[in-house]
Every structure is written in C-alpha cells, then in structure tokens.
Design a protein around this ligand. Structure first.
Ligand code: ZN
Ligand code: ZN
Ligand code: ZN
Length: 164
C-alpha cells in the first residue's frame, strides 16, 4: 500500500509545488502543536530537501543555503537536520548518507523507504503491518525499537519502463 502522495515521484508525474507547500504546512503544524519554532534555517533546509524526491546530501544543503548569501557552517545544517529528523519531517537514508522529505505528516514514525538502485529516487510507504511485524519480532528478543528508517532496495517504475 502506497499512502501519502499516491502519484509517483517523477517530477513530470505531478505538480511538485504542492509537495513543497504541503511539507512546509506540515512542518508549521508540527511546530505549532509543540510550541516549537520553525526557524528560517530549519524552514530553508526543509525547502532545499524538498526541491525534489531524490535524496539530498548534507554538503549540497550547505552549498544551497550559502548560495543565498548566508554564512551557515556545517553544525548549523546538522542541527537543523537533527530537528527535522526528530520531527520525522525528514528521513535519513543511511545507505546513501542523504536526506529526503517525508510526505506523510504522520508525527514521529519509523520510515519505510523504497530506494531505487538505479536512480536513487525514494518512495515512502506507510504499511502498519510492517511496523507490527518488526515490533513483534523485536519484542520477542526483549528489544524495543527506536524511531528509524527501514530501507528496501529495488527498481522504481520509471527505471523499470526504461529497462530493455
Ligand atoms: Zn513532488
Ligand atoms: Zn515518513
Ligand atoms: Zn529509478
């Protein structure tokens, strides 16, 4: 089950400006509910990550941030990323050492990410059954799961279409 934005992640498949405005609205809501502030740096980092559905590296975020005349240092970017990840507004893809925006507005959650091995586009699925199975398996070993990212590799529809 693909939830959230069930419209494919290729830019030509949908109106991406909606993804961006939805993400910013989700972030505002998250912060308001908790009495937190979506600082301009947090907001800008979120916008940069949402420039597309491809994962973005931390140094690309830093470059982009400083292109607008700022002098942000790496710790500034990492603090903003920590905040956004803690809010599950952004997920880190460990295998790519990169970040992607979350389309689910689901509060803190374990992300289930499909990562295309060819183009590295990421699609998030939100299947409660996966979480239940993981929780149950972990509990059997007395293991309590933390919010995290589950990465699954495969070939996305667009790359499958271009396969011979
Ligand atoms: Zn989009
Ligand atoms: Zn998510
Ligand atoms: Zn692909």
């Amino acid at each position: 089950m693909i939830s959230g934005h069930n419209k494919g992640t290729a830019p030509e498949d949908h109106d991406h400006s909606t993804c961006v405005s939805d993400a910013l609205a989700d972030a505002e809501t998250y912060c308001r509910k908790r009495g937190l502030r979506l600082t301009s740096t947090r907001r800008r980092v979120l916008e940069i990550i949402w420039r597309g559905h491809e994962p973005v590296k931390a140094y690309d975020i830093l470059d982009e941030l400083n292109r607008a005349g700022r002098r942000a240092a790496p710790p500034t970017v990492y603090r903003a990323l920590d905040f956004l990840m803690g809010a599950s507004l952004v997920h880190r893809i460990d295998s790519l050492n990169a970040f992607v925006g979350c389309p689910l507005a689901a509060g803190e959650h374990t992300a289930q990410l499909l990562v295309c091995s060819q183009c590295e586009t990421v699609t998030e699925i939100d299947d409660p059954a996966i979480r239940v199975v993981l929780d149950r398996g972990a509990a059997r070993h007395g293991f309590r799961l933390q919010p995290q990212t589950v990465e699954v590799r495969g070939i996305c529809p667009r790359c499958r279409r271009s396969l011979p």
